[in-house]
Design a protein around this ligand. Structure first.
Ligand code: APR
Ligand code: ZN
Length: 232
């Protein structure tokens, strides 16, 4: 990997599957118990905040019983040892990358551990149990909500992601179906700027045709192998 200096890694639900967190569109996916419209839209939050909070409370509670897997640990090792630029952009809202030790990362769809004030934008750690319309400590408004990017809302830190895509030499996508934009379009942006592109996924994805190379298999096997390769 002599000509690779700046790397972007995009991860999706598939990297957490072997930790026991259901993916969204696979068999038994998270959406099967809940229609997307029921829980992941601002309209749903306005119509039935208790259901939305309960859905995320269930997902947050599940975090207590799962552990990072070999793929998370391999990316944390890359983070610690890679001398060039690295940005891990996760679509996931779990905290498994952090618990494995990753530092150079961001959650573009938000995270379960955080509460957001819909009024002033202040964030706070999600305090155990948070009923709907809890009061924001920063501004006093009864406006705390899950810090999750709902469908139709703009993902977080897109400027930072776009800057990184414009300067990366290698774009690696791990465990994502390529079903949701803007993340699904990142591979084409990276290619436009001349990056090499690699997909590590259990199945072919909607974006597989855009990758220079697609390796099919479980992240727990493919990611450690790839990190060994790239660290040389
Ligand atoms: N190893 C590698 N890949 C896997 C594994 C595994 N063990 N298990 C499943 N996969 C792959 C599947 O083949 C699929 O392509 O992970 C992908 C999971 O796809 P989705 O369930 O669609 O999850 P994701 O791509 O992260 O969804 C993107 O959609 O619902 C929204 O906001 C939500 O962030 C999410 C976004
Ligand atoms: Zn506030």
């Amino acid at each position: 990997m002599q000509d690779i200096r700046n790397i972007i890694v995009l991860t999706g639900a598939g990297i957490s599957a072997e930790s026991g967190i259901a993916t969204f569109r696979g068999p038994g996916g998270l959406w099967e118990g809940h229609r997307v419209e029921d829980v992941c839209t601002a309209e749903a939050l306005a119509a039935d905040a208790e259901l939305v909070h309960r859905f995320y409370d269930m997902r947050r509670a599940a975090l207590a019983s799962v552990q990072p897997n070999a793929a998370h640990h391999a990316l944390a090792r890359l983070d610690a040892e890679w001398p060039g630029e690295l940005l891990i952009v996760t679509q996931n809202v779990d905290d498994l990358h952090e618990r494995a030790g990753a530092k150079r990362m961001l959650h573009m769809h938000g995270e379960l551990r955080s509460a957001l004030c819909a009024d002033c934008g202040a964030r706070a750690a999600w305090p155990g149990d948070l009923p709907p319309r809890s009061v924001c400590a920063a501004c006093g408004a009864p406006a705390l909500r899950p810090d999750i990017v709902f469908f139709g809302e703009m993902p977080y830190q897109m400027d930072r992601i776009e800057d990184a895509l414009a300067t990366c030499d290698l774009f690696v996508s791990i465990g994502t179906s390529g079903a949701v934009y803007p993340a699904a379009g990142f591979v084409q942006t990276a290619r436009h700027y001349g990056a090499r592109t690699l997909e590590l996924n259990l199945d072919p994805s909607a974006g597989s045709i855009f990758f220079d190379e697609s390796r099919m298999g479980a992240a727990g096997k493919l990611v450690p192998e790839w990190v060994d390769e790239v660290l040389g």
